[in-house]
Write a protein that binds this ligand. Structure first.
Ligand SMILES: [Zn+2]
Length: 449
C-alpha cells in the first residue's frame, strides 16, 4: 500500500511538472510581491491610529491609494466569519479565533490549517509557501519582523513545523535549510528587552536564532546552505547594529543577510516604561535608539532582494501591534501601528521610485484582530472609537485579552489586485465586501508560478 501511494505521488508529480511546462501561464504576472502584516490589527486599530496621527480618518497612504476589502481570518480550528451573527451578538467574535501561525500559513500557502501549525496542514504534511514558488522561479525571498525572527508570522511564511513553539527547530530551518535571502528580526542572545547588553554570566537564550551552534556559525559567517541550486553553499552575512541596517539600505549589499536586532524580544514594545502605565501616552517613554525602525529594516531588506533581476517576494511584519493589544495598552498599540504605517509609506515610496505598480503587488493587512478594540462603553452595544484630535489618545476599549474572529482590513495595490476583487465571498453590512485570508496565498502563487 505504502509503495503504491509513493508511486502514484511520483507519477502525479512528474505529470504535474510536464503539464506545467506545456501550459503557458495566463493572467497578470508579478515581478515583486510585498505582503505587509500588522499582527493583531483590526478596523478600529487603524481608526484609533488615524485619529492620533491625523485627527481624522482616511489619511494613511493605504487608505488613500489602495483598494480596501474585509478579510475573514478563521483557521481550521475555528469557524468562518458570519456577518449576521457578528453584528447581532457582541460576544460572537470572541469565540473561535485564529492564532498567528494558522493565519500566516493560510496567507502564505493558500490552505487553512489548525492553530499553532507552521506551514503544514492538519495532518502535519508540508504546504508550499509563496516564497517556495518564488524560489523555484529564481526570485529572491525574505521575511522580516519587528518581533522575534522565528515568531509565528515570519515562520508561517517560510518554515514547516507542527508547532510554532519549536523556535529552535524553526529558526534552524529558516537559517540552514531554506532558500531565503533575507531574515530580519529580534531575538539577539546578548541583549535584554530594553536593548541593554546582558551582564557577564547571565543566562542567554539562543533558541530564536537556531540554537547556540547556529549562532556561532552565523557569527563566523559559516551558516547557510545552497540557496540558488548551484551546489555551493551560500553563507549568510550577519548584521547586528542599527548603523549596519541603515548602511544596507543603500549601495552594494551581500547576497544573503540575517539581521538580528540588538534587543531580546521586539524593537520597542517591551522597552522600559514608567512606573504608572495607566496614564501612559504614546512616545512618553524614550524610544530605544540602538534598534532600527520597521521602515529602516524594510528598505534594507528590499535593497538586498532587489539585486535579483527576476524580482522578489518579501513579507514584512509589524509584530507588536498584537503584543500591545494582548496587554490592552492603547498607547503602545498606537506606537506600533505608527511604526508599521511608516514602513508602508517607505515601501510605497520605494515602489514608485524604483519599480512600478504594473510589476509589483503590495498587500497591507493583518493576520487577525487582537484585543476586540472598540469605542468606550461598548458591550453589549457596539460603539465607535472616539476622536480626541491629533496627538491625543482616542477613546477606546479593549473587550478581550486575546484574538477575535472579527473581519480585518486588507488593502491591495498593484499588479494582480483584480484577483482579490474576484475572490470576494460575502458582504458585511458595516465593512462591505470581504475575502478569505487564503486569497493572499492563492493569488500570490498564481501571479508568479
Ligand atoms: Zn496574538
Amino acid at each position: 500500500m505504502f509503495r503504491l501511494v509513493t508511486l502514484s505521488v511520483l507519477l502525479f508529480g512528474l505529470c504535474a511538472v510536464s503539464f506545467a511546462q506545456e501550459a503557458a501561464p495566463t493572467g497578470p504576472r508579478a515581478k515583486n510581491i510585498i505582503v505587509m502584516i500588522a499582527d493583531g490589527w483590526g478596523f478600529n486599530h487603524v481608526e484609533a491610529t488615524d485619529y492620533y496621527q491625523y485627527g481624522e480618518l482616511g489619511q494613511q497612504v493605504y487608505e488613500r491609494e489602495f483598494k480596501l476589502y474585509g478579510m475573514d481570518t478563521h483557521s481550521a480550528s475555528g469557524q468562518p466569519y458570519d456577518p449576521e451573527k457578528a453584528w447581532a451578538d457582541f460576544a460572537w467574535v470572541k469565540e473561535g479565533a485564529t492564532d498567528s501561525a494558522a493565519s500566516a500559513t493560510a496567507m502564505s500557502t493558500g490552505s487553512k490549517t489548525v492553530n499553532g501549525a507552521i506551514g503544514v496542514d492538519e495532518k502535519e504534511q508540508p504546504l508550499e509557501h509563496i516564497a517556495d514558488v518564488a524560489e523555484k522561479k529564481g526570485k529572491a525571498t525574505g521575511v522580516i519582523t519587528s518581533v522575534l525572527l522565528s515568531h509565528a508570522t515570519p515562520a508561517g511564511f517560510s518554515a514547516h513545523d507542527r508547532s510554532r513553539g519549536n523556535y529552535e527547530e524553526i529558526s534552524k530551518e529558516m537559517i540552514n535549510r531554506s532558500g531565503l535571502d533575507v531574515i530580519m528580526g529580534c531575538g539577539h542572545p546578548d541583549f535584554d528587552k530594553d536593548g541593554k547588553p546582558l551582564p557577564e554570566g547571565a543566562e542567554k537564550s539562543y533558541r530564536y536564532v537556531g540554537g547556540e551552534d547556529t549562532w556561532k556559525q552565523l557569527l563566523a559567517g559559516q551558516a547557510g546552505a545552497d540557496c540558488d541550486g548551484d551546489g555551493a553553499a551560500d553563507p549568510w552575512s550577519l548584521v547586528q547594529t542599527r548603523e549596519a541596517f541603515l548602511a544596507l539600505a543603500n549601495g552594494e549589499t551581500p547576497k544573503r543577510v540575517v539581521g538580528v536586532v540588538p534587543v531580546q524580544t521586539s524593537l520597542q514594545v517591551e522597552r522600559k516604561r514608567d512606573d504608572n502605565p495607566a496614564d501612559d501616552t504614546p512616545f512618553q517613554d524614550p524610544l530605544l535608539e540602538t534598534v532600527p525602525t520597521l521602515a529602516e529594516m524594510s528598505l534594507a531588506a528590499i535593497n538586498v532582494l532587489d539585486n535579483d533581476p527576476d524580482g522578489f517576494f518579501l513579507m514584512i511584519e509589524g509584530g507588536a501591534v498584537d503584543w500591545a493589544s494582548h496587554a490592552g495598552h492603547a498607547p503602545r498599540m498606537i506606537e506600533e501601528m505608527i511604526d508599521y504605517n511608516k514602513a508602508v509609506e517607505a515601501v510605497v515610496a520605494w515602489v514608485e521610485k524604483n519599480s512600478n505598480w504594473s510589476e509589483t503587488l503590495v498587500v497591507v493587512t493583518g493576520d487577525h484582530e487582537c484585543g476586540y478594540l472598540t469605542g468606550p462603553d461598548s458591550d453589549p452595544e457596539y460603539k465607535a472609537v472616539v476622536n480626541n484630535g491629533k496627538g491625543n489618545l482616542p477613546g477606546t476599549k479593549f473587550n478581550k485579552g486575546s484574538h477575535t474572529n472579527s473581519l480585518i482590513p486588507i488593502y491591495v495595490k498593484g499588479v494582480g489586485a483584480e484577483l482579490f476583487e474576484a475572490a470576494v465571498i460575502g458582504t458585511d453590512p458595516k465593512r462591505g465586501p470581504y475575502i478569505d485570508n487564503t486569497t493572499i496565498g492563492i493569488a500570490g502563487k498564481k501571479l508568479i508560478e
